[in-house]
Design a protein around this ligand. Sequence first.
Ligand SMILES: NC(=O)c1ccc[n+]([C@@H]2O[C@H](COP(=O)([O-])OP(=O)(O)OC[C@H]3O[C@@H](n4cnc5c(N)ncnc54)[C@H](O)[C@@H]3O)[C@@H](O)[C@H]2O)c1
Length: 305
Amino acid sequence: MKILVTGGAGFIGSHLVDALIEKKHRVVVIDDLSLGQKRNLNKKAKFYRLDVQSERIEAVFKKEQFDYVFHLAAQINVRKSVADPIFDAKVNIIGTLNLLECCQKYKIRKFIFASSGGVMYGDTKIIPTPESQPARPISPYGISKHSVEQYLGYYKKEFGLDYTILRYANVYGPRQNPEGEAGVIAIFLSKLLKGEGPIINGDGKQTRDYVFVKDVVRANVLGLTKKGNLYNIGTGKETNVIELFEKIRQLGNFAAKEKHGPALRGEQKRSCLDSSKIRKEWGFRSKYDLTTGISETLEWFKDRI
Ligand SMILES: NC(=O)c1ccc[n+]([C@@H]2O[C@H](COP(=O)([O-])OP(=O)(O)OC[C@H]3O[C@@H](n4cnc5c(N)ncnc54)[C@H](O)[C@@H]3O)[C@@H](O)[C@H]2O)c1
């Protein structure tokens, strides 16, 4: 199969490219390298350094004749989306529409979209949260992801473009950028390996569902052969920041003490995804527990810091 991966020089996208190439697919990457790194790029993938909003995207579709498109390129920073919602919407909504127009014109078989379960459900009482809960995104980033989900319904109805939305929980693993605002595991590991004590925002009781990148990639690859439009991808396990810090400290034998800073305004208190739908329908479940996933991530960071 000929497959396009947008954002294929980024954290999750580059792991997906590796897995697809391993399965002998022909892979093309579109990435503007705004956050992604050339060194993440698999040498067997063909690379176009392009913004997803570019008019030149259509020429790439015409030339390459893709069978499938995985769309992971995005403005991923929630705080940046609050500071500059227009930029967020341009990349995440207009950029995606640019791709969808090409997908329907060049008769792509399926569009697989990286959405976010972490920002989709807001502060709900139903935890772990299933897909059947209403979407209540509270940031421009969450709203842009939700808008694309709505557009996908439209492109299917209007043009027959098949799609799968995967709503990821908090993804972690090798190659995650520790300079970002989200990846708390990458941030903690990189600080601890540099001998700096990380700061826990607020009381550290805020919980997240941490899913290892290789599990997320496996779900994406299944999307090539399985049917269905909307799935959460998580572990169903809630971990708070203090527990996470303790686990990392133990696994890496770090001496740093727990230090707290001010709470982030408006930060969601709890988030955890119910992923039983994909288990029932696709037979998929995440395999990595936190200990195994963090250990693998730690080894990767050790070699680079
Ligand atoms: N990391 C998580 O926990 C998480 C959770 C939910 C959803 N997601 C989604 O998964 C996808 C991948 O996220 P990631 O964590 O790997 O982030 P990442 O920043 O490592 O990857 C995003 C990639 O997109 C590229 N990109 C950004 N803007 C672009 C543009 N205008 N044109 C072309 N390329 C552009 C970047 O250079 C980068 O390589 C994103 O869509 C993100 O919203 C991530």
